[in-house]
Design a protein around this ligand. Structure first.
Ligand code: AMP
Length: 406
């Protein structure tokens, strides 16, 4: 059995959508961007690869979703899969029920940039498609296999036992897809030890042993770890009290600064966009050059640290907007890891076509691959599995009831 799934991924100012056909062969996909501004628009690809561009000035998430859903309703999706960043203590994809929605809402303090936007999407699709099964697929779920020594913080135990304070990890659908696909390309499907670097506006690394996450760079929230577009990544935890004591800021202002005004944007004082920074650095902007250097150095440090979770290192996968498209960032990052025995091929790296899969090492030492992520495809697959499981459960309950009546 196979079903068509509409995948919705609501971000803070954007919505990615994809209608994945039965057997996952065809896609209609698009992006609503700049939401809330005069430049709000929907860009998409319809069937037959025709491009669609629709201005929706000042549209918010709800209005954009209505427009997307109206345009897609005649394709009759059979289920909706929502990407949800933080599932709190939920450990696998779940059919959306009022209880599950409440639990996603309860996890909002752990992902303040993401969960509120997902809830707006869930609310709108529930209203517009009340008859369709809807599933939440959590970024946190793939990392539930981490051992306690990787997910516990060195803080008093009651914070974990009574308040669930622990490392959760994010980008799970991407790390899961990329490590599965990458190990398949390398000829050792879901076997061996791999590092993944998902580098986009949000970035994280993951260590995967025999197909399971054993450690990752993000933690309780998606703020921990690497330098990101607007997120600081790791800072000394005492930075909060230093700023509060010396600048008089409250905790909300500090949190906002670390989530929305830091990272590449904070370091460069120019942009959170890596392309803009690379261009600016080529034109001599020293702050942009430093932002790129910090990004690559901290990324290399994270990969080196996560390798401790692996009994053996078979290779590294790059993915995400930066990881897939920037040969420059890949090369610079690897230049900080000379002792790992990577036999990096500059020629293969430079000649890899943007957005394509390919190997960029020279054939000895741990392998290095670029693997474009497919979070939408993975969410559609998990949504399908949950829906089919529910249908099978309902069918076996019905047969049991009929048997008992007979
Ligand atoms: P994502 O969040 O995965 O869509 O990735 C967005 C990031 O990818 C932004 O920082 C973009 O600047 C970056 N990006 C996309 N294409 C390139 C490229 N050719 N070179 C460098 N960065 C890129």
């Amino acid at each position: 059995m196979s079903i068509s799934v509409l995948v919705i991924n609501c971000g803070s100012s954007s919505i990615k959508y994809a209608l994945v056909s039965e057997r996952h062969e065809d896609r209609i996909f698009g992006l609503a961007e700049n939401l809330g501004s005069a430049e709000a628009r929907i860009k998409g690809i319809t069937t037959g690869d025709k491009a669609l561009e629709l201005l929706i000035p000042h549209a918010d998430h709800e209005k954009a979703l209505e427009t997307i859903l109206e345009r897609l309703s005649h394709y009759n999706p059979q289920a909706i899969g929502h990407r949800v960043v933080h599932g709190g203590t939920l450990t696998k994809a779940e059919l959306l029920t009022p209880e599950i929605i409440d639990r996603i809402r309860a996890a909002t303090p752990l992902a303040p940039l993401h969960n509120p936007a997902h809830l707006v999407g869930i609310d709108a699709t529930m209203r517009l498609f009340p008859e369709l099964p809807q599933v939440a697929v959590f970024d946190t779920a793939f990392h539930q296999t981490m051992p306690a020594h990787a997910y516990r913080y060195a803080v008093p135990k009651f914070l974990y036992t009574e308040h669930n304070v622990r490392r959760y990890g994010f980008h799970g659908t991407s790390h899961a897809y990329v490590s599965e696909r990458g190990s398949e390309l390398a000829g050792s499907y879901k076997q061996g030890g791999w590092l993944t670097a998902h580098l986009g506006n949000g970035s994280s690394t993951c260590a995967i042993w025999n197909g399971q996450s054993v450690d990752t760079s993000m933690g309780l929230t998606p703020l921990e770890g690497l330098v990101m577009g607007t997120r600081s990544g790791d800072v000394d935890p005492s930075l909060h009290s230093f700023i509060a004591n010396n600048l008089g800021w409250d905790i909300y202002k500090i949190d906002k600064m670390l989530n929305s005004q830091s990272g590449l944007l904070g370091l460069s004082n120019l942009s959170n966009d890596m392309r803009t920074l690379i261009e600016a650095s080529e034109e001599g902007n020293e702050d942009a050059a430093l932002a790129i250097e910090v990004f690559c150095y901290r990324l290399a440090k994270s990969l080196a640290a996560l390798s401790c979770g692996l009994p053996r290192l078979d290779g590294l996968f790059f993915t995400g907007g930066i990881g897939e498209n920037s040969a420059y960032i890949r090369e610079k990052t690897l230049s900080y890891l000379p002792h790992f025995g990577f036999n990096f091929s500059q020629e293969k790296n430079d000649s890899l076509k943007r957005g394509t899969e390919g190997r960029i090492d020279a054939g000895t030492g741990p392998q290095i691959w670029v693997v474009p992520t497919d979070e939408e495809g993975r969410i559609a697959k998990e949504t399908e599995q949950v829906v089919i499981h529910e249908v099978n459960q309902a069918t076996s309950k019905k047969s049991e009831a009929e048997f008992a009546m007979a």
